[in-house]
Design a protein around this ligand. Structure first.
Ligand code: GCB
Length: 594
């Protein structure tokens, strides 16, 4: 029997073979102090709207020159045009701006066999990635904003290797987020790609957190390894940790200088296990809730925040150190002590710099609007994104809140999904607070959400003055509600076109935006149970849902324009209040170190 050369045209189960193994949080490797081999720079790229690459198995093609082909082909992955990674293809070429499909990235690398194991780390692939090495399928990964680790030890060969990554950014109802969201759907390998040489036995995670009597240190190693790990915090002490079944922990008795936004003190950490050695820089602090107050290092804390998207007119979702530093400079100029990194995990450098520069963070996963709450696959994806984020950032003192959802309608399926997610966050990391942007009961006009019992902090997204023009609504809502937990205004705001001036009730003017901020502040400042104000948002940003003459694809709710320079009037309105609050630091709003 001869093989049917057209069979692939009729095979709609073509992608089944490329789902598993799937990289998850369990594959994460602690990165601090490790040598890595960068695979950034030029990669060959081929767009593939119809998934021909999987249907026709492009990844199995060799690189015979076209003049010697025995059969025609539909792609030349190894001779395609190049893009410099990290990159969003959506900004690389005008004709790819709205491309939603698969893109094949191809790159060769040499391996000198210097270590017994080798992992591949994709900093972020939006949304699903499938990795092929030397013609063999290695594994897939889901989630646009968390790192993926693949063990390629068994497939990599000494000398030259051919690596292909197929990245699929289609919006789909079962993804997290699903197909409807209020930001731009970039596609790309938009964070660093690297090889991570590893010894045979290696440290997967090392944690340090403030505990009764000192610092709790914990390690997890590859496999079910056992033996002794050593963790040192120079100046504070060290511990020998007995590792059994891959894990172990110990207490280093000490009284560390605590981390706070005003005095962001970091301590060096080094951990060893057999021949493996990793490092980190960790801040030590406590975060807790007491009644309706949030306590940092035991003292009441008012969150003076602002939301921010990971988006740039030139770079899209690619983060540079300069861009992150500028963003933090603006947050400090506004008088902020917190950033809400909306609505998905941002680059890990953001939390590292927040640790260094003294900013608190609310980090979250994109359980946004109408997720497929009754789909177990969607839950697994959401939980994995959450656990990958926790694995990546759990040593960052700046991160005080894990956000598990944003504005999700109150159904039983949503309740089951999100309470399970909140419990998963708490089980993985009992040292931080759990939050979500919750609901308003429109009948009783109260802040009321069944999910709140699983949260430490209730987020309230409200747009009184804007989508709900009557500001009295906010007064009524806050007066009616008895939350019994801290509530933070996790979003509020209004659009303003930079440079458009007019009356305070003329929508889209800077005056209107500033007036709405003024009224919001006056009301919120009088409400004792409000533990924070985190308006929407620092910069104008790209989103296709907004198409009036004022927007043309850009949300204008920024306090600063999309050029990341031009401040609107409301910037000063908010800054005045935040600096006043910080000035009251000696009484109930104290946020200083103990
Ligand atoms: C919201 C969403 C945020 C939107 C914002 C807006 O409530 O959480 O992602 O972009 O409103 O601009 O309406």
């Amino acid at each position: 029997m001869t093989e049917d050369p057209f069979a692939h045209l009729h095979d709609e189960a073509y992608d089944r073979a490329y789902a598993t193994p799937r990289a998850t949080h369990a594959d994460a490797v602690h990165m601090g102090g490790r040598e890595t081999i960068s695979l950034d720079g030029p990669w060959r790229v081929t767009p593939d709207l119809f998934d021909e690459g999987l249907r026709q198995r492009w990844f199995a093609d060799d690189d015979t020159p076209p003049a010697q082909w025995a059969k025609p082909r539909d792609a030349e992955l190894w001779d395609a045009d190049t893009l410099e990674l990290p990159c969003c293809w959506t900004l690389a070429r005008p004709e790819w701006r709205y491309f939603e499909g698969a893109m094949w990235f191809a790159r060769r690398f040499d391996w000198d066999g210097r270590t017994p194991r080798l992992a591949l780390r994709l900093g972020a692939a939006a949304y699903e990635a499938r990795v092929f090495l030397n013609g063999a399928f290695i594994g897939s990964h889901r989630g646009a904003s968390t790192p993926a680790f693949f063990d390629i030890t068994g497939t990599v060969r000494p000398g030259g290797n051919e690596l292909l990554v197929q990245v699929d950014n289609r919006r789909r109802p079962d993804r997290v987020p699903m197909h409807h969201f209020d930001w731009f759907n970039h596609g790309g390998l938009y964070r660093e790609v690297a090889l991570v040489p590893l010894p045979h036995d290696f440290i997967r995670t090392v944690e340090a957190s403030l505990a009764e009597g000192g610092v709790r240190v914990a390690v997890a190693v590859s496999g079910a390894g056992s033996g002794v790990a050593h963790v040192a915090l120079p100046g504070l002490g060290q511990a020998e940790i007995t590792v059994a079944d891959g894990r172990g922990e110990a207490l280093i008795a000490c009284a560390p200088v605590l981390w706070s936004p005003e005095a962001p003190r970091l301590h060096d950490l080094a951990a060893t296990f057999r021949t493996d050695r990793v490092t980190d820089r960790v801040g030590l602090r406590s975060i807790a809730v007491s009644g309706e107050e949030i306590l940092l290092n035991g003292r009441p804390l008012m969150l003076r925040g602002v939301c921010v998207h990971e988006e740039d007119m030139q770079l899209g979702k690619v983060s540079t150190e300069a861009d992150v530093r500028r963003m933090m400079g603006h947050a400090k100029a506004l008088g902020c002590n917190l950033l809400r990194l909306a609505h998905y995990p941002h680059h890990e450098r953001v939390a590292e710099l927040a640790d260094e520069l003294g900013l608190l963070l609310w980090e979250e996963i994109p359980v946004y609007w109408a997720i497929a709450f009754d789909d177990p696959g969607t839950y697994a994806d959401a939980e994995n994104q959450l656990l990958e984020l926790i694995a990546r950032d759990r040593n960052r003192a700046s991160v005080i809140l894990w956000g598990v959802g944003n504005e999700n309608a109150d159904t039983d399926a949503r309740h089951a999904f999100m309470s399970r997610l909140a419990q998963a966050a708490r089980a993985a990391d009992p040292s931080r607070l759990i939050a979500a942007a919750c609901l308003i009961n429109r009948e009783t006009f109260c802040i009321e959400d069944r999910l709140a019992e699983h949260l430490d902090v209730i987020g309230l997204n409200e747009y009184f003055g804007w989508y709900e023009p009557n500001m009295d609504g906010l007064r009524r809502l806050l007066a009616n509600s008895r939350p019994g937990k801290p509530v933070v205004i996790s979003e509020t705001g209004a659009d303003a076109v930079p440079g458009l001036h007019g009356g305070e009730r003329q929508l889209f003017t800077e005056e209107c935006q500033a007036a709405i901020y003024r009224e919001q502040i006056a009301i919120v400042a009088e409400t004792a149970y409000i533990g924070g104000f985190i308006p929407w948002l620092l910069y104008d940003y790209r989103t296709e849902r907004r198409q009036t003459r004022y927007q043309k694809g850009i949300s204008r709710k920024g306090l600063i324009a999309e050029d990341k320079q031009t401040r609107k009037l409301a910037f000063d309105t908010l800054a005045r209040w935040y600096f006043e609050l910080a000035g009251q630091a000696s009484d109930r709003r104290d946020i200083g170190p103990p």
